[in-house]
Design a protein around this ligand. Structure first.
Ligand code: ADP
Length: 302
Protein backbone atom coordinates (compact mmCIF):
# COMPACT_ATOMS: atom_id res chain seq x y z
CA UNK A 1 0.00 0.00 0.00
CA UNK A 2 2.67 2.48 -1.04
CA UNK A 3 2.23 4.70 -4.09
CA UNK A 4 4.49 7.34 -5.60
CA UNK A 5 3.42 10.11 -7.97
CA UNK A 6 6.08 12.05 -9.82
CA UNK A 7 8.52 12.61 -12.62
CA UNK A 8 10.80 10.29 -14.55
CA UNK A 9 13.80 11.56 -16.51
CA UNK A 10 16.74 10.11 -18.35
CA UNK A 11 19.77 11.75 -16.72
CA UNK A 12 22.59 12.58 -19.13
CA UNK A 13 25.22 12.60 -16.46
CA UNK A 14 28.65 14.16 -17.01
CA UNK A 15 31.28 13.43 -14.40
CA UNK A 16 33.72 16.35 -14.34
CA UNK A 17 36.72 17.24 -12.16
CA UNK A 18 34.91 20.41 -11.10
CA UNK A 19 31.76 22.19 -12.24
CA UNK A 20 32.31 24.60 -15.18
CA UNK A 21 31.90 28.37 -14.87
CA UNK A 22 29.78 30.29 -17.48
CA UNK A 23 31.53 30.32 -20.87
CA UNK A 24 33.96 27.56 -19.94
CA UNK A 25 34.35 24.20 -21.74
CA UNK A 26 35.52 21.19 -19.76
CA UNK A 27 36.00 17.51 -20.57
CA UNK A 28 34.11 14.84 -18.69
CA UNK A 29 32.71 11.33 -19.03
CA UNK A 30 29.07 10.71 -19.93
CA UNK A 31 26.71 8.12 -18.48
CA UNK A 32 22.98 7.78 -19.25
CA UNK A 33 21.26 7.08 -15.93
CA UNK A 34 17.55 6.54 -15.23
CA UNK A 35 16.40 9.35 -12.93
CA UNK A 36 13.61 11.79 -12.10
CA UNK A 37 12.66 12.50 -8.49
CA UNK A 38 9.50 10.40 -8.37
CA UNK A 39 11.13 7.47 -10.14
CA UNK A 40 14.18 7.62 -7.88
CA UNK A 41 11.99 7.65 -4.78
CA UNK A 42 9.95 4.66 -5.98
CA UNK A 43 13.15 2.73 -6.77
CA UNK A 44 14.60 3.57 -3.34
CA UNK A 45 11.50 2.03 -1.72
CA UNK A 46 11.52 -1.00 -4.03
CA UNK A 47 15.19 -1.77 -3.21
CA UNK A 48 14.14 -1.96 0.43
CA UNK A 49 11.91 -4.88 -0.43
CA UNK A 50 8.56 -3.19 -1.08
CA UNK A 51 6.59 -3.25 -4.31
CA UNK A 52 5.42 0.37 -4.63
CA UNK A 53 3.10 1.47 -7.41
CA UNK A 54 4.36 4.46 -9.39
CA UNK A 55 2.36 6.93 -11.45
CA UNK A 56 4.33 8.82 -14.08
CA UNK A 57 4.11 9.73 -17.77
CA UNK A 58 6.76 8.54 -20.24
CA UNK A 59 7.23 9.31 -23.92
CA UNK A 60 6.84 6.56 -26.51
CA UNK A 61 10.58 6.68 -27.26
CA UNK A 62 13.88 4.86 -26.56
CA UNK A 63 14.38 6.83 -23.35
CA UNK A 64 10.88 5.88 -22.19
CA UNK A 65 11.53 2.18 -22.81
CA UNK A 66 14.81 2.31 -20.94
CA UNK A 67 13.18 4.18 -18.04
CA UNK A 68 10.28 1.74 -17.80
CA UNK A 69 12.66 -1.23 -17.83
CA UNK A 70 14.76 0.30 -15.06
CA UNK A 71 11.66 0.79 -12.88
CA UNK A 72 10.48 -2.78 -13.53
CA UNK A 73 13.94 -4.25 -12.88
CA UNK A 74 14.02 -2.49 -9.52
CA UNK A 75 10.70 -4.06 -8.53
CA UNK A 76 8.42 -1.05 -9.00
CA UNK A 77 4.83 -1.89 -10.05
CA UNK A 78 4.34 -0.17 -13.43
CA UNK A 79 0.58 -0.75 -13.79
CA UNK A 80 -0.25 2.95 -13.39
CA UNK A 81 2.47 4.26 -15.73
CA UNK A 82 1.32 5.98 -18.93
CA UNK A 83 3.31 5.60 -22.16
CA UNK A 84 2.31 8.59 -24.28
CA UNK A 85 2.34 8.42 -28.09
CA UNK A 86 3.85 11.48 -29.76
CA UNK A 87 5.49 12.77 -26.57
CA UNK A 88 9.13 12.72 -25.51
CA UNK A 89 10.32 11.37 -22.17
CA UNK A 90 11.74 13.80 -19.65
CA UNK A 91 15.48 14.26 -19.63
CA UNK A 92 18.02 16.01 -17.45
CA UNK A 93 21.53 17.27 -18.01
CA UNK A 94 23.44 16.53 -14.81
CA UNK A 95 27.01 17.56 -14.07
CA UNK A 96 28.75 16.03 -11.06
CA UNK A 97 32.10 17.35 -9.82
CA UNK A 98 34.74 15.21 -8.09
CA UNK A 99 33.72 16.78 -4.76
CA UNK A 100 30.20 15.38 -5.25
CA UNK A 101 28.51 18.74 -6.00
CA UNK A 102 26.09 18.91 -8.94
CA UNK A 103 24.30 21.18 -11.47
CA UNK A 104 21.09 20.09 -13.20
CA UNK A 105 18.90 21.30 -16.11
CA UNK A 106 15.62 19.45 -16.80
CA UNK A 107 13.45 19.15 -19.93
CA UNK A 108 10.27 17.69 -18.41
CA UNK A 109 8.80 16.36 -21.67
CA UNK A 110 5.80 14.09 -20.98
CA UNK A 111 6.01 14.86 -17.25
CA UNK A 112 4.61 18.30 -18.02
CA UNK A 113 1.31 17.00 -19.41
CA UNK A 114 -0.18 15.37 -16.33
CA UNK A 115 -3.76 16.63 -15.89
CA UNK A 116 -6.03 16.49 -12.81
CA UNK A 117 -8.22 13.93 -14.61
CA UNK A 118 -5.23 11.63 -15.20
CA UNK A 119 -4.48 11.81 -11.47
CA UNK A 120 -8.07 11.03 -10.63
CA UNK A 121 -7.87 7.93 -12.82
CA UNK A 122 -4.52 6.82 -11.38
CA UNK A 123 -5.93 7.21 -7.88
CA UNK A 124 -7.82 3.92 -8.33
CA UNK A 125 -4.54 2.31 -7.27
CA UNK A 126 -4.66 4.07 -3.87
CA UNK A 127 -6.34 2.23 -1.02
CA UNK A 128 -7.39 3.56 2.35
CA UNK A 129 -4.31 2.42 4.28
CA UNK A 130 -1.98 3.61 1.55
CA UNK A 131 0.96 5.92 1.99
CA UNK A 132 1.13 8.32 -0.96
CA UNK A 133 4.30 10.21 -1.85
CA UNK A 134 4.37 13.15 -4.26
CA UNK A 135 7.13 15.51 -5.35
CA UNK A 136 6.61 18.91 -6.97
CA UNK A 137 7.79 18.17 -10.53
CA UNK A 138 4.25 17.35 -11.67
CA UNK A 139 1.98 20.20 -12.81
CA UNK A 140 0.45 22.04 -9.84
CA UNK A 141 -3.22 21.52 -10.85
CA UNK A 142 -2.57 17.77 -10.87
CA UNK A 143 -0.98 17.94 -7.41
CA UNK A 144 -3.88 20.00 -6.07
CA UNK A 145 -6.33 17.33 -7.28
CA UNK A 146 -4.29 14.51 -5.74
CA UNK A 147 -3.96 16.24 -2.37
CA UNK A 148 -7.60 17.32 -2.26
CA UNK A 149 -8.68 13.69 -2.77
CA UNK A 150 -7.16 12.87 0.58
CA UNK A 151 -10.10 13.99 2.70
CA UNK A 152 -12.35 11.36 1.04
CA UNK A 153 -9.85 8.57 0.80
CA UNK A 154 -7.91 8.88 4.02
CA UNK A 155 -4.46 7.87 2.79
CA UNK A 156 -1.30 9.20 4.42
CA UNK A 157 0.45 11.90 2.35
CA UNK A 158 4.18 12.64 2.19
CA UNK A 159 4.98 15.74 0.14
CA UNK A 160 8.52 16.39 -1.05
CA UNK A 161 8.29 20.05 -2.25
CA UNK A 162 10.97 19.77 -4.92
CA UNK A 163 11.40 21.79 -7.03
CA UNK A 164 9.49 24.51 -5.14
CA UNK A 165 6.87 26.29 -7.24
CA UNK A 166 3.91 28.49 -6.34
CA UNK A 167 0.25 27.58 -6.68
CA UNK A 168 -0.45 24.73 -4.26
CA UNK A 169 -3.89 25.43 -2.76
CA UNK A 170 -4.44 26.06 0.95
CA UNK A 171 -6.62 22.93 1.08
CA UNK A 172 -3.85 20.92 -0.56
CA UNK A 173 -1.30 22.14 2.00
CA UNK A 174 -3.65 21.22 4.85
CA UNK A 175 -3.97 17.65 3.56
CA UNK A 176 -0.21 17.00 3.81
CA UNK A 177 0.92 14.73 6.65
CA UNK A 178 4.68 15.18 6.20
CA UNK A 179 6.35 17.94 4.18
CA UNK A 180 9.99 17.03 3.48
CA UNK A 181 12.04 19.94 2.06
CA UNK A 182 15.82 20.17 1.94
CA UNK A 183 17.48 23.35 3.21
CA UNK A 184 17.11 25.29 -0.06
CA UNK A 185 13.46 24.28 -0.43
CA UNK A 186 12.69 25.13 3.20
CA UNK A 187 14.17 28.58 2.59
CA UNK A 188 12.12 29.07 -0.59
CA UNK A 189 8.93 28.09 1.25
CA UNK A 190 9.49 30.22 4.37
CA UNK A 191 12.04 32.93 3.50
CA UNK A 192 14.19 31.82 6.45
CA UNK A 193 17.57 30.08 6.11
CA UNK A 194 18.11 26.64 7.64
CA UNK A 195 21.72 26.58 8.79
CA UNK A 196 21.63 24.06 11.63
CA UNK A 197 19.18 22.18 13.85
CA UNK A 198 18.51 25.34 15.88
CA UNK A 199 17.39 27.41 12.90
CA UNK A 200 15.57 24.36 11.53
CA UNK A 201 13.25 24.52 14.56
CA UNK A 202 12.08 28.02 13.63
CA UNK A 203 11.71 27.13 9.96
CA UNK A 204 9.76 23.96 10.80
CA UNK A 205 7.29 26.09 12.78
CA UNK A 206 6.82 28.30 9.72
CA UNK A 207 6.32 25.24 7.51
CA UNK A 208 3.62 23.97 9.88
CA UNK A 209 1.84 27.33 9.46
CA UNK A 210 1.35 26.41 5.78
CA UNK A 211 -0.89 23.53 6.88
CA UNK A 212 0.98 20.19 6.99
CA UNK A 213 0.73 18.02 10.11
CA UNK A 214 4.50 17.57 10.34
CA UNK A 215 7.71 18.95 8.83
CA UNK A 216 10.80 16.82 8.18
CA UNK A 217 13.69 18.96 6.93
CA UNK A 218 16.82 17.34 5.49
CA UNK A 219 20.09 19.18 6.17
CA UNK A 220 22.55 17.37 3.89
CA UNK A 221 25.62 16.15 5.80
CA UNK A 222 24.09 17.42 9.08
CA UNK A 223 21.11 15.08 9.08
CA UNK A 224 17.37 15.71 9.48
CA UNK A 225 15.03 17.69 11.74
CA UNK A 226 11.46 16.62 12.55
CA UNK A 227 8.67 18.70 14.10
CA UNK A 228 4.91 18.46 14.51
CA UNK A 229 2.57 20.48 16.75
CA UNK A 230 3.61 18.73 19.94
CA UNK A 231 7.04 17.14 19.45
CA UNK A 232 10.35 17.52 17.64
CA UNK A 233 13.70 15.76 17.29
CA UNK A 234 16.90 15.99 15.28
CA UNK A 235 19.01 13.07 14.03
CA UNK A 236 22.57 13.35 12.77
CA UNK A 237 23.54 12.11 9.32
CA UNK A 238 25.75 9.02 9.12
CA UNK A 239 29.32 10.10 8.29
CA UNK A 240 30.35 8.68 4.90
CA UNK A 241 32.77 9.44 2.06
CA UNK A 242 30.78 11.42 -0.53
CA UNK A 243 31.08 10.37 -4.16
CA UNK A 244 27.90 11.82 -5.74
CA UNK A 245 25.07 13.55 -3.87
CA UNK A 246 22.60 13.11 -6.76
CA UNK A 247 19.27 11.75 -5.48
CA UNK A 248 20.23 11.88 -1.77
CA UNK A 249 16.91 13.54 -1.00
CA UNK A 250 15.08 10.99 -3.14
CA UNK A 251 16.76 8.14 -1.28
CA UNK A 252 15.70 9.77 1.99
CA UNK A 253 12.08 10.26 0.92
CA UNK A 254 11.69 6.82 -0.66
CA UNK A 255 13.18 5.12 2.38
CA UNK A 256 11.17 7.19 4.85
CA UNK A 257 7.93 6.27 3.07
CA UNK A 258 8.92 2.61 2.79
CA UNK A 259 9.80 2.47 6.48
CA UNK A 260 6.45 3.96 7.51
CA UNK A 261 4.72 1.49 5.18
CA UNK A 262 6.59 -1.33 6.92
CA UNK A 263 5.27 -0.06 10.25
CA UNK A 264 8.49 1.37 11.73
CA UNK A 265 7.97 4.01 14.44
CA UNK A 266 8.59 7.56 13.24
CA UNK A 267 12.07 8.04 14.69
CA UNK A 268 13.22 4.66 13.38
CA UNK A 269 11.84 5.53 9.95
CA UNK A 270 13.86 8.76 9.91
CA UNK A 271 16.99 6.89 11.04
CA UNK A 272 16.54 4.31 8.27
CA UNK A 273 16.06 7.14 5.74
CA UNK A 274 19.32 8.74 6.91
CA UNK A 275 21.14 5.42 6.45
CA UNK A 276 19.73 4.85 2.95
CA UNK A 277 20.58 8.43 1.93
CA UNK A 278 24.10 8.08 3.35
CA UNK A 279 24.70 4.94 1.28
CA UNK A 280 23.23 6.71 -1.77
CA UNK A 281 25.83 9.52 -1.64
CA UNK A 282 28.67 6.96 -1.60
CA UNK A 283 27.66 5.77 -5.11
CA UNK A 284 27.37 7.38 -8.53
CA UNK A 285 24.06 7.86 -10.31
CA UNK A 286 20.48 8.12 -9.09
CA UNK A 287 18.49 4.86 -9.24
CA UNK A 288 21.69 2.85 -9.49
CA UNK A 289 22.82 4.43 -6.20
CA UNK A 290 19.84 3.19 -4.15
CA UNK A 291 20.99 0.50 -1.68
CA UNK A 292 19.35 -2.88 -1.12
CA UNK A 293 17.84 -3.90 2.19
CA UNK A 294 20.87 -6.17 2.79
CA UNK A 295 23.33 -3.29 2.25
CA UNK A 296 21.36 -1.07 4.64
CA UNK A 297 21.16 -3.75 7.35
CA UNK A 298 24.90 -4.35 7.09
CA UNK A 299 25.62 -0.61 7.22
CA UNK A 300 23.46 -0.16 10.32
CA UNK A 301 25.23 -3.08 12.06
CA UNK A 302 28.75 -1.81 11.36
P1 ADP B 1 18.85 16.91 -1.44
O1 ADP B 1 19.57 15.72 -1.95
O2 ADP B 1 17.40 16.94 -1.79
O3 ADP B 1 19.55 18.21 -1.72
P2 ADP B 1 19.98 16.88 1.26
O4 ADP B 1 21.21 17.47 0.72
O5 ADP B 1 19.37 17.50 2.47
O6 ADP B 1 18.80 16.79 0.18
O7 ADP B 1 20.27 15.34 1.58
C1 ADP B 1 19.25 14.46 1.94
C2 ADP B 1 19.77 13.46 2.96
O8 ADP B 1 20.85 12.75 2.37
C3 ADP B 1 20.33 14.07 4.23
O9 ADP B 1 19.33 14.28 5.21
C4 ADP B 1 21.32 13.00 4.66
O10 ADP B 1 20.63 11.97 5.33
C5 ADP B 1 21.83 12.45 3.34
N1 ADP B 1 23.08 13.11 2.98
C6 ADP B 1 23.27 14.11 2.09
N2 ADP B 1 24.56 14.48 2.03
C7 ADP B 1 25.21 13.68 2.92
C8 ADP B 1 26.58 13.56 3.36
N3 ADP B 1 27.55 14.34 2.87
N4 ADP B 1 26.85 12.60 4.29
C9 ADP B 1 25.89 11.80 4.81
N5 ADP B 1 24.60 11.88 4.45
C10 ADP B 1 24.27 12.80 3.53
Amino acid sequence: PLMFFGTTNLDLCFNVERLPTPGESLMGTLARNPGGKGANQAVAAARLGLRPTFYTRLGDDDAGRLLLQSLRDAGVCADAIEICAGEVSGSALVMVGDDGSNMIVIDPGANLNVTPDMIESAARFIDREAIVVAEMGMPIPALNRLFEMKSDRGFKLIFNPAPVRPGLSAAAWRSVDFVTPNQAEAFELTGVEVEDFESAAGVAAKLLDLGPRAALITLGAQGAYYADATSSFALRAFPVKVVDTTAAGDAFNGAFAASLAQGLPLREAVRKALAVAALCVTRRGAQSAMPTVQAVDEFLKS
